[in-house]
Ligand binder design. Sequence first.
Ligand SMILES: Nc1nc2c(ncn2[C@@H]2O[C@H](COP(=O)(O)OP(=O)(O)O)[C@@H](O)[C@H]2O)c(=O)[nH]1
Ligand SMILES: Nc1ncnc2c1ncn2[C@@H]1O[C@H](COP(=O)(O)OP(=O)(O)O)[C@@H](O)[C@H]1O
Length: 197
Amino acid sequence: MAGPRPVVCSGPSGVGKSTLLKKLMKEYEGVFGFSISHTTRKPRPGEKDGTDYHYVTREVMQAGIDNGDFIESAEFSGNLYGTSKAAVQEVQSKNLICLLDIDMQGVKNIKKTDLNPMFISIQPPSMEILEKRLRGRKTESEESLQKRLQTAKIEMEFSKEPGVFDVIIVNDNLDDAYVKLKETLKDEIDKVKKMSS
Ligand SMILES: Nc1nc2c(ncn2[C@@H]2O[C@H](COP(=O)(O)OP(=O)(O)O)[C@@H](O)[C@H]2O)c(=O)[nH]1
Ligand SMILES: Nc1ncnc2c1ncn2[C@@H]1O[C@H](COP(=O)(O)OP(=O)(O)O)[C@@H](O)[C@H]1O
């Protein structure tokens, strides 16, 4: 039987998706499970293979895609990213709320599947603040940063299309955005807690 309804979080690079999702998983251990995507990008300092992503070569990833192992996949800023069927099944088999952190193309493609998640858009207060956060993270080269900012503009336009997202959260003050995220997910959190008690 299918578990609780999955949750998709999407938004431009540097907006704070990972920060918010990590907070959520820390506070609600045993409620949420992260869908660990595959990517061809290199791990950043502090990122762990099998926790943040499965880091693979383009050849391995493409073979998996050709083999039908992925629910969706996309090219983002020169790298491949994708959600494997196994990643989602792993979380759902434990009856946890499956959290997916995916880009705009992933959102479009997931809408064509029967996953039926809640779609949440995380937005920056402004493009200036987004750039400041991305620079402050110190993970990107100038070239990668510019690419991400270009894509961010397209993602921001997409998020304004009616009916794409169920909820829009502006991540200005982190604590406020986190409270809004928790409020959005309150009913699902309560359901999972009740089932496991
Ligand atoms: N379509 C899709 N996008 C993904 C997947 N995993 C991560 N992404 C997106 O890829 C983009 C780049 O992710 P990442 O390299 O970790 O950079 P960050 O967003 O700046 O932390 C982000 O928009 C993620 O949401 C996936 O499995 N599928
Ligand atoms: N509300 C916020 N105010 C200030 N800085 C933030 C806020 N949310 C996240 N950050 C910082 O912005 C940077 C990008 O956040 P991150 O979670 O990596 O974004 P994403 O996963 O969306 O790419 C990180 O350095 C993070 O600590």
